[in-house]
Design a protein around this ligand. Structure first.
Ligand code: FES
Length: 138
């Protein structure tokens, strides 16, 4: 019997990938084949792959309580290397992984800056001097 495959979307960058129910989400993420995906212990013991499951069903196996408390796990915060999809999933990358993950996203997938860029400073150049061609003001 073949295993099922699900769509996983990453809210930080808008990227999507397919992940088999037999593969953990970190392994699926690595299929994106780009920089910024953490290479940690892959066994639930280092905490670098912390994510928030925003939507979808999953199966989680034992992970270190040093990195994910019971309360966090109950609210969907898990380690990607210890979670297997059981439906399509939407997730948010958390913690140490966020900065590099977003930095190395493809340009079209980088998140919008949170505030618009500052306008250019007022010009301090002097205006061209006006010439009166010898005409005196009354
Ligand atoms: S890679 Fe270490 S906890 Fe997931």
């Amino acid at each position: 019997m073949s295993s099922r495959s699900f769509r996983v979307s990453i809210s930080n960058t808008g990227e999507e990938f397919a992940c088999s129910e037999d593969d953990n989400l970190l392994k699926g993420m690595e299929q994106l084949s780009r920089k910024g995906i953490p290479v940690g212990c892959r066994g639930g013991g280092c905490g670098v792959c912390k994510i928030q499951i925003d939507r979808g069903e999953y199966r989680a196996i034992k992970m270190s309580r040093s990195y994910v408390t019971r309360e966090e796990e109950a609210s969907g915060i898990v380690l990607a290397c210890r979670v297997f999809p059981q439906s399509d999933i939407s997730l948010t990358v958390l913690g140490k992984m966020v900065k590099k993950f977003e930095l190395y996203a493809l340009p079209a997938q980088r998140p919008e800056p949170t505030s618009p860029p500052a306008p250019p400073p007022e010009s301090t150049a002097c205006a061209a001097p006006q010439q009166n061609h010898g005409q005196e003001k009354p």
